[in-house]
Design a protein. Structure first.
Lengths: 317, 285
């Protein structure tokens, strides 16, 4: 339940959307206060503009304010390992995994969100960890964007946002682009700068492999139609499970026909038998790859000038 | 002509990192003119450290600082070059930091402190902070080999130690109005890894930090151009609350305690972090 009547204001959870450091100064808030009388000393405290949890659409403006972040949309059917991938990245950064000298972790405004995602993969004494729990479709803020900042080459700072959304959204969207329960998926596809499309090896080798194949083909088709030239990486998750070559071929074929020029990577939480670093397989490589993706350059159409006045000819070709 | 610079130190540390012990030992060094800096006049208020200094004189460790306390003590200090500073050294219960992180509401007093401070000193006790094992570092296959030693705890989920410290620094940077990313124009940061004697490490402090808390280490090196990372053992050995340490009693607490320099060598001069923060040119002399 929102306390403030202003649409985009989530005070007192975050700072006042109209910029009042003290809520007492905000005309919208004081009118509310008559209803809620217990907030007497809130005026002397500053509320932080970020809550630490995964960012919602309104919260975004705090991060996007300093520079445009790269938004990576992670797409895939339910249980394909999207959230596990994020959790693994966070844990690897937390343990100082080598993601190359070019990028140094430089902060995150969604640390609690990352922690929540990684929680179920962490060991607490006596309890075996599991892969992250299902991302629920309920809750408006549930969609969540997770933020990471990296300093590149010790110089420039880059912000990244990773979407953490339930697979059901994408399944609905693949079937019906205008489905009301695919609103979140449409938002991600509209706004992301690059995509990671997950193909679940466990599902493609399991009992329902036929429908798993169909689901990813359908999703690739829909993504292809909405791609607008943005980079797509096909990621085989849970790659410790062997998938029949013919099955891999048909998925790859479907993706390449819809999303030409895609890249392909393989990840697994299981490390190769001879590896003792405990970094899984391909996870750091995929993170490195993702951090190097660049936004498409916009090409402005050249200006054609017919005038003879030198002022209007400036810069024309 | 002597130049008087008012330097307010923002000392940040959770409870149990040894803020008061260090304050008391630093004060003793300044009063005895043992280090690079010495007390140049009388401090405004020594009350917060009185009880602690008394305990240390008797070879005992001091009691915990109450949560609600926050006392600023002004120390006029000068170094050999004649540079004079007014050092504002605070003493408070570390739970205030915990509360700040838990409620995510910053009292205006804290905001003013962050805004007006010229240098930040963050004290960490590495024994209190760790990175848990996870599915990647300890795969499921190995679970069978190591049967659960401890019963599952019912404790509520806490953010990991690294995330908590990073969030704390991000909040300080935000209050400073700089956000993360502006490496210029932010106060110099000195990281003190306290209770160094308990760690049993002989490597440089920076490497120890990188090994134990890699994400925090990355965050600091990425946002501060030249952070100062030192080890600190304010007491040199653990003291008991009730049983006095005889050597402490006879030799005096000012003969104990050391700083571990970036090259892993040690110095008895507990005022070294002040030199590094206030007058960096002096650092190597």
């Amino acid at each position: 339940m929102k306390a403030c009547s202003v649409e985009d204001c989530f005070a007192p959870d975050t700072t006042c959307a109209h910029g009042h450091l003290s809520l007492k100064d905000c005309p919208n808030w004081t009118s509310q206060e008559k209803i809620d009388s217990k907030s007497s000393d809130e005026g002397t405290e500053i509320v932080l503009p970020w809550s630490g949890s995964a960012l919602g659409r309104t919260d975004l403006s705090f991060v996007t304010g300093r520079r445009t972040p790269m938004m990576i949309g992670i797409l895939g059917p339910e249980n394909a390992g999207k959230t596990s991938l994020l959790a693994a990245w966070y844990l690897l950064i937390g343990r100082g995994a080598n993601i190359g000298n070019r990028h140094t972790f430089s902060g995150s405004f969604t640390l609690s969100g990352w922690e929540a995602v990684a929680r179920s993969m962490q060991w607490t004494p006596g309890t075996p960890p599991e892969f992250p729990a299902h991302t629920s479709t309920r809750g408006v803020r549930g969609q969540g964007l997770l933020h990471l900042a990296f300093r590149e080459d010790g110089n420039r700072l880059r912000d990244y946002l990773f979407t953490d959304a339930p697979g059901l959204w994408f399944q609905r969207w693949a079937i019906n682009e205008q489905a009301p329960d695919a609103k979140g998926a449409r938002w991600i596809v509209d706004n992301a700068d690059a995509f990671i499309l997950t193909a679940d090896c466990a599902a493609l080798a399991g009992d329902d492999k036929g429908s798993a194949r169909a689901a990813i083909q359908l999703l690739a088709r829909r993504l292809g139609a909405n791609r607008r030239g943005r980079p797509v990486t096909l990621v085989w998750t849970k790659s410790d499970i062997t998938v029949a070559e013919s099955m891999k071929f048909s998925v790859r074929d479907a993706v390449s026909s819809q999303v030409p020029g895609f890249e392909e990577m393989t990840v697994s939480m299981q490390a190769p038998a001879d590896d003792s670093h405990g970094q899984g397989t391909g996870l750091t490589a995929l993170l490195k790859h993702t951090l190097q993706i660049r936004r498409l350059k916009q090409v402005l159409s050249p200006s054609h000038v017919n005038a003879t006045d030198a002022l209007f000819l400036f810069g024309a070709r | 002509m002597t130049q008087v610079l008012a330097q307010s130190m923002l000392l940040v540390g959770e409870s149990g990192v040894g803020k008061t012990h260090y304050g008391a030992q630093l004060l003793k060094r300044l009063l005895n003119s043992k280090g690079r800096f010495r007390m140049d006049g009388a401090a405004s208020n020594l009350e917060p450290f009185e009880a602690t200094m008394e305990s240390l004189n008797n070879g005992r460790s001091a009691a915990h600082t109450p949560t609600s306390t926050y006392v600023d003590s002004e120390w006029p200090i000068s170094n050999k070059k004649g540079l004079t500073f007014t050092l504002v050294w605070p003493d408070y219960g570390g739970e205030q930091i915990k509360k700040l992180l838990a409620t995510r509401k910053i009292p205006s007093t804290w905001r003013a402190r962050v805004e007006n401070s010229s240098a930040w000193m963050l004290m960490l006790r590495l024994q209190q902070l760790r990175v848990s094992d996870d599915l990647l570092s300890k795969p499921l296959a190995r679970l069978a080999e190591e049967e659960a030693a401890d019963p599952p705890s019912d404790e509520p989920i806490q953010p990991s130690d690294q995330a908590r410290m990073i969030e704390l620094l991000q909040i300080l940077l935000y209050l400073r109005g700089k956000g993360v990313g502006d490496a210029t124009n932010i106060p110099q940061l000195c990281l003190l890894l306290s209770c160094w004697d308990e760690l049993g490490q002989s490597d440089p402090p920076e490497e120890v930090l990188k090994r134990q808390l890699p994400m925090l280490s990355d965050f600091i090196t990425s946002n501060w151009k030249h952070p100062i990372i030192l080890g600190l053992s304010a007491l040199e050995r653990p003291l008991d609350k009730s049983v006095p340490d005889e050597e402490y009693v006879t030799r005096g607490p000012e003969h104990f305690g050391y700083i571990v320099l970036p090259d892993a060598s040690t110095t008895q001069d507990l005022t070294y972090p002040l030199t590094a923060l206030l007058d960096p040119s002096e650092e190597n002399s």
